[in-house]
Design a protein around this ligand. Structure first.
Ligand code: P53
Length: 477
């Protein structure tokens, strides 16, 4: 067992197209679901509007204008010593409405240029196909992922991307945080994962299970197809990993936490093991859901298991048993409780570095696959001091503690880990709130929640710290 991180460990940073590119209607790009979400705050959810309405502020339209500034930004990533850069391909740059036959060449060219710019510095692109930014047209015309046709539209997009970038991109992921929709009562989760706005009287939980099934079939198809286009492709899933602890050692609490974990992570069971877990089949039968799941689909799931598990890790959750101690049905909207042993951020995210090591071990025991931490970080307010610097010791503290636990998981527990890409390596638009001032970056961007500012980039203290971490392969924290 290695007692250090592997030599070729992929240090880097992570972003998603819609959160930083801007240029939302440039060069043929279509309207995505991110383009119809307004700005919110820690207490005020983002509004999801029916199209782009006049008089509303949509922060993703401009974002940080990475589309025009990517050369300068990639240069800063190179200066930090990045070995890889995780981003997504905006589906609407390639297929503006999602149901076209032919892709948009200008969109394809943009990612060719971006990937070339990364490769010039020896930075390997790590690419998510679908990261909360599907074409809005597919929501309006087809009902989003409620509709089996979405599998074909997604596959057209995936095939074009795999083929076009087959010699530039080796590491891929299919759907970002596919399991966030466990919280099917949350409008944001259902929209970002599945393009679903619940209809009056609709059973949102059932709609979620149907949509997730189609996405899982599409994910498996993409894995299988990708390997025929380039056998060296490494194609992963992407899970939002928030381990769920029992609030007390009371057996019923333990059982509630167990079922909560099953409910939040069965998506990974399907993608890694190639089949639905037994409890879920029983659950869906008990609810008389009668979903459209064919034998052919189930065969497809078996043929498209992933090469690695990509996951985000920000926080842990806790739960306790409710009245129902037979079924233990977990409703993420109502069944989470505060953990008294950890502190939460201003946005209520419970900071728990040990939870990262726990989660890595949990997944390792369950899936026996390499892992890739493709998001981790602290959303916080930063202050530019009189000397023009940003002293973000709190961010360094957060990342250091998580890297320590990550190293323990690798060096002591034997987890195979491909890399570590902290989220929002350059400040960008928050997915959850649409804010700029919930910042994650090593690089500060001068822009506020209303989109005002010069967009100028500056290096925070954490920039120099992370550079040293990479240079010493995680030895000097
Ligand atoms: P923001 C919820 C729980 C965990 C991760 O999130 C989540 C979410 C959705 O908000 O999202 C991931 O920007 C996601 C990124 C996102 C990042 O975490 O809400 O993959 O797109 O920006 C951080 O602070």
């Amino acid at each position: 067992m290695s007692h250090t991180l592997p030599k070729n460990f992929l240090w880097g940073g992570a972003v998603a197209a819609h959160q930083l590119e801007g240029a939302w209607d440039v060069a043929g790009k279509g309207v995505s679901i991110a383009d119809i979400m307004t700005v919110g705050s820690a207490t005020q959810p983002r509004q999801i509007t029916d199209g782009v309405l006049p008089g509303k502020y949509y922060p993703n339209h401009k974002a940080i204008d990475f589309y025009d500034r990517y050369k300068d930004d990639v240069k800063l990533f190179a200066e930090m010593g990045f070995k890889c850069f995780r981003t997504s391909i905006a589906w609407t740059r390639i297929f503006p409405n999602g149901d076209e036959e032919e892709p948009n060449e200008a969109g394809l060219q943009f990612y060719d240029d971006l990937f070339d710019e990364c490769l010039k510095y020896g930075i390997e692109p790590v690419v998510t196909l679908s990261h909360f930014e599907m074409p809005f047209h597919l929501v309006k015309e087809y009902g989003g992922w409620r509709n089996r046709k979405l599998i074909d539209f997604f596959m057209r997009f995936a095939e074009v991307c795999f083929h076009r970038y087959r010699n530039k991109v080796k590491y891929w992921m299919t759907f970002n945080e596919i399991n966030n929709q466990t919280n099917y009562e949350n409008a944001f989760s259902l929209m970002t994962n599945s393009g679903i706005m619940p209809r009056p009287g609709e059973d949102a939980q059932k709609a979620m299970y149907q949509a997730a099934h189609y996405e899982l079939v599409a994910s498996a198809k993409a894995v299988e197809l990708g390997h025929t286009i380039n056998k060296d492709f490494q194609i992963g899933n992407m899970i939002a990993m928030c381990p769920i602890y029992p609030l007390t050692p009371q057996p019923e609490d333990m059982m509630a936490a167990e079922r909560a974990m099953e409910t939040r992570y069965w998506f990974a069971d399907v993608q890694c093991n190639g089949q639905y877990p037994n409890w879920l089949e029983a659950f869906q039968d008990a609810h008389h859901y009668d979903l459209d799941i064919t034998d052919e689909d189930l065969e497809q799931l078996k043929r498209g298991t992933v090469d690695y598990i990509g996951f985000s890790y920000y926080m842990s959750f806790a739960t306790k048993a409710g009245q129902d101690t037979t079924e233990y049905e977990f409703n993420e909207n109502t069944d989470l409780v505060k953990n008294p042993y950890v502190q939460a951020s201003e946005w209520g995210w419970q900071v728990d570095p040990v939870g990262l090591r726990y989660a890595m071990n949990w997944m390792n025991d369950r899936y026996h696959l390499p892992q890739f931490i493709v998001e981790n970080g602290l959303g916080a307010r930063d202050e530019v001091t009189a000397d023009g610097r940003i002293h973000d010791a709190y961010r360094v503290d957060y990342l250091r503690k998580h890297i320590e636990q990550m190293k323990a998981a690798v060096e002591i527990d034997g987890v195979q880990l491909l890399g570590y890409t902290p989220w929002g390596c350059i400040d960008l638009v928050s997915a959850g709130t649409g804010q700029m001032e919930k910042r994650y970056g090593f690089i500060y961007v001068d822009e506020n929640d209303q989109g005002e500012g010069t967009l100028q980039r500056s290096k925070k203290d954490s920039f120099y710290w992370f550079k040293q971490v990479i240079a010493t392969n995680g030895e000097d924290l």
